[in-house]
Ligand binder design. Structure first.
Ligand SMILES: Nc1ncnc2c1ncn2[C@@H]1O[C@H](COP(=O)(O)OP(=O)(O)O)[C@@H](O)[C@H]1O
Ligand SMILES: Nc1ccn([C@@H]2O[C@H](COP(=O)(O)OP(=O)(O)O)[C@@H](O)[C@H]2O)c(=O)n1
Length: 217
């Protein structure tokens, strides 16, 4: 069967990871959440006394393990839940704006996609990591809906937040991600925009599976 890569980009809490995971499972593809990789480096950065990014990256050991989704290991420790906490979310856009961090992770992500068969979600996947991806999706939703969804995620995870605060935080993070110097969040010219506001997870998954099946023919 033909192998393709699928790139899913968009702002915070638009539904990228949820949908990418389902699409990958349905098509027997590998799912990669690149946001988790930037979050893992942010945790290492916050834990380290040395704030020099070049030196920090020399010792970094991030591993992604497929497990009904994706688990993240930092130096062998499972940090999957830890990297969703507020201190990581507050600092991740700063860490992700660093040139050294981006070149390090983009190189790693490009290695993962070389043999195709990957559904990768993030901010610069269709523009920088896999510009030749067979299918590119740019996923958006209103900031109100994204804040409401993230509040539910946080309640399920036991993370303190309010919808009002989340609305501000999400808008601020989007602004940082869209205005940074290196590979800012932007829609690739050949990406298909999907607005998930008011749509069910099943609907959005079905739309992407249909688009993918056209590419797999
Ligand atoms: N139509 C939809 N598409 C995607 N996610 C949805 C949808 N409706 C509700 N959700 C929920 O919104 C949240 C989206 O979070 P997530 O997938 O982590 O977004 P992102 O990866 O873009 O940050 C999840 O809790 C998911 O269950
Ligand atoms: N390919 C990517 C993925 C994430 N990121 C950064 O990592 C942060 C966290 O990404 P994420 O996908 O985990 O964020 P959520 O939308 O899930 O909250 C983003 O706000 C970006 O700053 C990036 O710069 N490039």
């Amino acid at each position: 069967m033909k192998k393709i890569n699928i790139a899913i980009d968009g702002p915070a809490a638009a539904g990228k990871s949820t949908i990418a995971k389902k699409v990958a499972a349905a098509l027997d593809m590998v799912y990669v959440d690149t946001g988790a990789m930037y979050r893992a480096i942010t945790l290492a950065y916050l834990k380290s006394d040395d704030k020099d990014f070049e030196r920090l990256l020399q010792d970094i050991d991030i591993r992604l393990v497929a497990d009904n989704g994706q688990r993240v290991l930092l130096s062998g420790e499972d940090i999957t839940e830890r990297i969703r906490e507020n201190d990581i979310t507050e600092n991740v856009s700063y860490v992700a704006s660093q040139g050294a961090v981006r070149s390090f992770l983009v190189e790693l992500q490009q290695q993962m996609t070389r043999d195709k068969g990957v559904v990768m979600d993030g901010r610069d996947i269709g523009t920088t990591v896999i510009p030749d991806a067979e299918l590119k999706i740019y996923m958006v939703a209103s900031v109100e809906e994204r804040a409401n969804r993230r509040q539910l995620d946080n309640e399920a995870r036991g993370i303190e937040s309010t919808v009002e605060q989340l609305k501000e935080d999400i808008a601020h993070r989007d602004h940082l991600d869209m205005t940074r110097e290196i590979s800012p969040l932007t829609q690739a010219g050949d990406a298909i925009e999907i607005d998930t506001t008011g749509r069910s997870i099943e609907d959005v998954t079905a739309i992407i599976l249909k688009l993918a099946s056209d590419k797999l023919e």
